[in-house]
Write a protein that binds this ligand. Structure first.
Ligand SMILES: *Cc1c(COP(=O)(O)O)cnc(C)c1O
Length: 455
């Protein structure tokens, strides 16, 4: 039967080859472990098309732009224009997890609070803003209006606003990426168009329109919105398209987070080595944000950091791309999966092929999480730590629980021969968004989580 084929195999053949796919199709939460992960092989890190120099360059560009960011967004002044979030230990949440999930986590649990990132309110502040800055710099340098050693705060001047006003930016997005591009782009003076998928929330469209951004709405999902945006942008030579599915700039903007995290760990006296393993849990949509961060962390900490991506059970695109080895040639709909989730930014049916390729040997695994657990975890976090995050961000908190409980996780720890070091492990759940969510919606999320917890 034609409809049961995915590429050259039937669904039954896929399932025989990779039994985990049966569970994924049934929307059951799973932990998939990557058997192509390279350990202890410096060669892996050197053979990638991007390297450490690219990550450093990204961080240097952030530093050049810091005076401008501080001027345009006064809330970043205390950090001198560096857009960064806190790393917070979750000792009460660890206890709450023990009570609710019957899981006594080994080592320490932290939250990387990108839910609080200034300017864009989500992890997209790292990638989206970076790509806009890079494009602005390129235009200003190549038109002889700027030199790299100048104070970039002059880019806030009227003449630059007029100059950037001759150019436009476009992006396809489920919401948060559009926010980051729209907010930064319009602050510089660019004309910005955001192509929004059907699942994008109304408040995000309203916020963007209030900043003068053109929002085009689609009745289809994220991939279609990106495709339409890309096509329209290509017809206009003054328009630059931020391509979430292929962009190396987005990826590198995210990767600089690794440098910042290393510094934060050092400041807290947290070691990362064989005896002190680091586990990082990152919610994944198309893959750019978690991929960029994983890439930076693997270059820094090699086999001593273990990165896991989190995806909703209804949108496991990276898991399917990696498990089948077919990367972006397959999408969740091919397997009859509906790509419907409350996790904003995670409703992506087809992962980035470029990111999938880079992750092939770096990523430890991918786990999936049911939408109900997202709400439970965010309510638990608010009750225990008084921190509010959005549902997609809460996917990260399931990571240490899954690793400890799931047989595949127990096997992973054993095979890496680190069970005796787990008492010294550091678990970091990457909270990818939250602070821009309107108060009434935050209440709704919390109430929903509380109800589910009481069941
Ligand atoms: C975009 C987003 C992600 C995932 O990032 P990708 O680059 O799409 O993988 C996770 N959480 C939130 C809140 C996001 O907005």
């Amino acid at each position: 039967m034609r409809q049961n084929m995915v590429l050259d195999k039937t669904l039954v053949q896929w399932i025989n080859e990779k039994p985990v796919i049966a569970e994924v199709i049934a929307y059951n939460p799973v932990l998939w472990i990557n058997d192509h992960l390279y350990d202890n092989e410096d060669a892996t890190y050197n053979n990638l098309e991007l390297n450490w120099k690219d990550v450093l360059e990204a961080e240097e560009r952030w530093i050049r732009f810091a005076p401008l960011i501080s001027k345009l967004f006064p809330e970043t002044m205390p950090q001198k224009g560096i857009i960064e979030s806190a790393l917070v230990e979750l000792s009460h949440m660890k206890a709450a997890i023990k009570n609710t999930y019957n899981t006594d986590l080994d080592g320490k649990l932290f939250l990387k609070c990108d839910n609080d990132l200034p300017v864009a309110g989500s992890i997209k502040a790292r990638g989206g803003i970076y790509e806009v800055l890079k494009q602005a710099e390129l235009l200003a340098l190549s038109n002889g209006m700027l030199k790299e050693d100048q104070d970039y705060s002059l880019l806030a001047d009227k003449e630059f606003k007029e100059f950037f006003g001759r150019f436009s930016l476009a992006v396809g997005s489920t919401g948060n990426l559009g926010l980051s591009i729209g907010i930064m782009g319009s602050a510089l003076g660019f004309k910005v168009t955001v192509h929004m998928s059907a699942d994008a929330k109304q408040w995000k469209k309203d916020l963007l329109r209030s900043k003068g951004v053109i929002v085009v709405e689609y009745e289809s999902d994220y991939s279609k919105a990106v495709e339409a945006g890309r096509r329209l942008a290509l017809q206009d030579e003054m328009c630059y398209f931020v391509d979430d599915e292929h962009s190396k700039d987005l990826f590198l903007g995210y990767s600089a987070a690794a440098i910042r995290l290393k510094r934060q760990l050092e400041e807290k006296g947290i070691k990362v080595d064989k005896q002190n393993p680091l586990f990082v849990y990152l919610p994944c949509g198309v893959g750019g944000a978690p991929g960029g961060i994983c890439f930076g962390l693997k270059l820094l900490f090699k086999e001593n950091v273990h990165c896991f991506f989190a995806e909703p059970t209804h949108s496991p695109c990276m898991l399917l791309g990696l498990a089948t080895g077919k990367n972006d040639s397959v999408c969740v709909q091919d397997f009859g999966i509906d790509n419907i989730t409350e996790g904003d930014g995670l409703a992506v049916g087809r992962s980035s092929g470029f990111v999938g390729k880079v992750m092939e040997n770096l990523l430890s695994g991918v786990y999936t999480i049911d939408d109900n657990e997202l709400f439970k975890l965010l309510a638990l976090l608010e009750d225990s730590e008084n921190i509010q995050i959005e549902p997609s961000a809460a996917a990260s908190l399931m990571g240490p629980i899954t690793l400890k409980k799931d047989k595949a996780g127990i096997d992973y720890i054993r095979e890496h021969n680190i069970q005796q070091h787990m008492n010294h492990a550091t678990h970091i759940a990457w909270a990818t968004g939250g602070s821009f969510v309107p108060v009434n919606l935050k209440r709704e999320f919390y109430e929903k989580g509380k109800q589910l917890l009481e069941l």
